[in-house]
Design a protein around this ligand. Structure first.
Ligand SMILES: Nc1ncnc2c1ncn2[C@@H]1O[C@H](COP(=O)(O)OP(=O)(O)OP(=O)(O)O)[C@@H](O)[C@H]1O
Ligand SMILES: [Mg+2]
Length: 258
């Protein structure tokens, strides 16, 4: 671990405070994309170490977490990230928030696995040679040494997901946002990644349709049609969500319109 470079703070005055608690405060936040209102009246404050996000397809989960790293901006209400208004915090967010995309092909931009990992290290200030060396060591430490020089495009879906998680972890962000990061991982890799995630010092906000991932989480948010349907301790929210799915199945209700 000692080889990881320190995060550069630069001489520019800091706008956001990465250690701010809470790290995100939503005040009546809404988001309209085109003519469509995707998120409505979200009021909540996030400070917990492990926050899960659940909801049916199209309920707004990916859009919601994109607000946390500046990929989306609110069109209504006020969002404060790491103590700063979101519009001011945006430039600094890549240093503080690591984002794992739902689709690995939307995340990876370099031809090989090693280059993908090394890129994060160069972003943090390491020179090119040092970052490649560190990337190789990091990949070996995580059982991916043999695939270091493999083209990303030729990996299996599960391997791609694993590499995308590693590419974010190597940067040691303060907050990790994961959008269904384990859908293609086999049981062994999924367990390994889950144990790794739970052991990290970082705060985590994670979306998953596999509710078992949230058993040890501090809090779960349930989104429905872009609104916060329920927010509370994992066990309570997961039980209510499962009961709602049973009710929908029993009533023969259709899946969410996509
Ligand atoms: N770029 C976009 N343009 C128009 N509508 C969008 C866009 N992105 C998302 N939406 C709409 O916003 C709604 C929420 O989408 P989102 O991707 O956040 O859902 P989700 O809960 O992540 O679903 P899933 O579980 O399928 O990943 C959907 O109705 C979707 O069609
Ligand atoms: Mg999604």
């Amino acid at each position: 671990m000692a080889f990881w470079p320190k995060i550069r703070t630069g001489s520019r005055e800091r706008v956001c405070n990465p250690d701010a608690v809470p790290y995100a405060v939503f005040e009546n936040v809404g988001l309209t994309i085109g003519a469509r209102k995707v998120l409505h009246g979200l009021t909540l404050s996030l400070s917990e170490d492990r926050v899960g996000v659940i909801g049916l397809n199209g309920s707004g989960k990916s859009t919601f977490v994109r607000l946390l790293n500046g990929l989306r901006s609110p069109t209504d209400g006020k969002l404060t990230l790491f103590g700063a208004p979101s519009a001011e915090a945006e430039k600094e967010l890549p240093r503080h928030v690591g984002f794992v995309f739902q689709n690995p092909d939307h995340q990876a931009i370099f031809p090989t696995v090693e280059e993908e990992i090394a890129f994060g290290l160069t972003q943090l200030g390491a020179d090119k040679t040092a970052s490649r060396e560190q990337a190789r060591r990091f990949l070996s430490d995580h059982g991916f040494g043999a695939l270091a020089s493999s083209p990303f495009a030729e990996l299996s879906e599960g391997q791609k997901q694993y590499v995308c998680i590693l590419a974010v972890l190597v940067m040691q962000p303060r907050l990790l946002v994961l959008d269904e990061p384990m859908t293609s991982l086999d049981g062994l890799s999924g367990r390994k990644i889950r144990e790794k995630l739970m052991s990290l010092p970082q705060k985590i906000v994670m979306i998953s349709h596999d509710l078992s991932h949230f058993e040890d989480f501090d809090r779960v948010l349930w989104l429905e049609d872009g609104r916060l349907r329920m927010d509370g301790p994992a066990a309570e929210v997961l039980a209510a969500y499962e009961a709602d799915i049973d009710r929908r199945l029993g009533a023969g209700m259709e899946v969410a319109a996509l």
